[in-house]
Design a protein around this ligand. Structure first.
Ligand code: FES
Ligand code: FES
Length: 172
């Protein structure tokens, strides 16, 4: 007999209800059931951080979180960062500082950085490094990522809402 549960949550600001197996992982629920492919699958063991999403504002590993554990919560994926046809200032800064190469770690990095800037709008470089230590990047050497997060903090403090680059989905 299949063990299924009804869950209700908010994903990127939108209410969502679904019936899921008790063993269904949150990352699979987001990617396969909701079509939100931004949460990437890497190690599947809670180590690399590429599956990072925010649950009620706190970063979690969606590869080791069950969908039923997200019941009643508010989930933010990288798809929810951009708004009104504009990239988030963090995304703008990553773009401008070339803070990615293959991009596999980027959604998780952006959400971890977003969490940091919500808690600490003026981090030092050392604090950025400490924050993103939870997320592995095999390409960049991290320096451009740190510079991008510091720049995003300055942009947000200056009241930036994101401009200049459009999200891919809105480009023709
Ligand atoms: S895929 Fe989740 S931490 Fe690596
Ligand atoms: S940009 Fe390739 S893993 Fe980070």
């Amino acid at each position: 007999m299949t063990d299924r549960h009804r869950i209700a949550l908010t994903v990127n600001g939108r209410p969502c209800e679904a019936e899921v197996e008790s063993r269904r992982l949150l990352v699979d629920f987001l990617r396969e059931d909701l079509g939100l492919k931004g949460a990437h699958i890497g190690c599947e063991h809670g180590v690399c951080g590429t599956c990072t999403v925010l649950m009620n504002g706190e970063s979690i590993r969606s590869c080791i979180t069950l969908a039923v554990q997200a019941n009643g919560s508010s989930i933010l994926t990288v798809e929810g960062l951009a708004g009104d046809g504009r990239l988030h200032p963090l995304q703008e800064a990553f773009w401008d500082h070339q803070a990615l190469q293959c991009g596999y770690c980027t959604p998780g990095m952006l959400l971890r950085a977003h969490e940091l800037l919500q808690e600490n709008p003026r981090p030092t470089a050392a604090q950025v490094r400490a924050a993103i230590a939870s997320n592995l990047c095999r390409c960049t050497g991290y320096q451009f990522i740190v510079e991008a997060v510091l720049d995003a903090a300055r942009r947000l403090e200056a009241g930036a809402t994101g401009q200049g680059h459009e999200p891919a989905a809105s480009r023709t």
